[in-house]
Design a protein around this ligand. Sequence first.
Ligand code: SF4
Length: 249
Amino acid sequence: MGEVGVDEIMKSKIESALALLRQARAEHGDGLAYPCSFGAEGSVMIDLICRHGLDIPVLTLDTGRLPQATYDVIEAVEKRYDIRVQIVIPDCAEVEAMVREHGVNLFRKSVELRKRCCEVRKVHPLMRSLEGRTAWITGRRREQSRGRAELAPVESDPVYGLKKYNPLLDWTWDDLWSYIRSCDVPYNRLHDAHYRSIGCECCTRAITVGEDERAGRWWWENGEGLAECGLHVMSIREASGEIEGGEGI
Ligand code: SF4
């Protein structure tokens, strides 16, 4: 099944992304996975994977605080491609202990507690879900932040000891939407309400014209926490010498 209605530049970007996905699959086989946050990048990546029969498992972190729109697009994707997304949830005892000590909205109290919440609800479950694997796919793009401008298509992740493949590095926001519209791909309806980076419901908001993409995440920190959830921070530091951004998981 080919993509319809895309121009030559898009065809080239699609072919490059597919080549990297195929390379990752050939090099890692069942050791490969795609942790997806079900934003626009995720919609494109899943379509590329499933349309071309790449047999790469898709997983997602259900933090317990996701917006309903994200559950809805997960269901739409499962129906469209006849797949089952692997839902990874945080350790119940760890969440209970955290909220017992700090409250349910601890992430508003300090940068430290926000990072603690991301660690318990995202980083620890991601590490568990990647146990036994040797590589993962990310949806990071160079235009998302200065910290991502220097990223390489393939990286060695010092935190998780895994290879990371970044097939969408050179895609722009407009590229994603050109693909989504052309191929009629299911997408998260929060994008229609001007959300760019989509994560937990309580920590994500729409942005206005001219605002940076990451302004929609943890905005109350005013940059103090460097808008980072911890999933990619070490790799970004290694690649560019600065800490910035996050995938939106
Ligand atoms: S994004 Fe917010 S609610 Fe979600 S894990 Fe991080 S701090 Fe917690």
